[in-house]
Design a protein around this ligand. Structure first.
Ligand SMILES: [Zn+2]
Length: 64
C-alpha cells in the first residue's frame, strides 16, 4: 500500500511516485498534482505549508 500524500494547494490525494512536482519547505516535502499547484505553492509557501486547521468546515475562525 503506497503512502498517499495531500497536495496542500488543492487538497487532492496523490501518490508521491506519480506527483507532477514536489517542493521542500522547512524540512518537509510537499507533492503536487500539477505544475500549476506547485507554482501556486512556491508563490506563497507559508499559506499552504502551515495549515492552521486540517478540519475544514469547522467554524471556529471568526473572519471579517
Ligand atoms: Zn493540486
Amino acid at each position: 500500500m503506497a503512502d498517499k500524500v495531500k497536495d496542500p494547494v488543492c487538497g487532492m490525494e496523490i501518490n508521491p511516485e506519480s506527483a507532477a512536482a514536489k517542493e521542500e519547505h522547512e524540512g518537509r516535502t510537499f507533492y503536487f498534482c500539477s505544475q500549476a499547484c506547485h507554482h501556486t505553492f512556491v508563490g506563497d509557501p507559508h499559506r499552504y505549508g502551515h495549515p492552521k486547521d486540517e478540519h475544514s468546515g469547522h467554524a471556529g475562525h471568526a473572519g471579517h
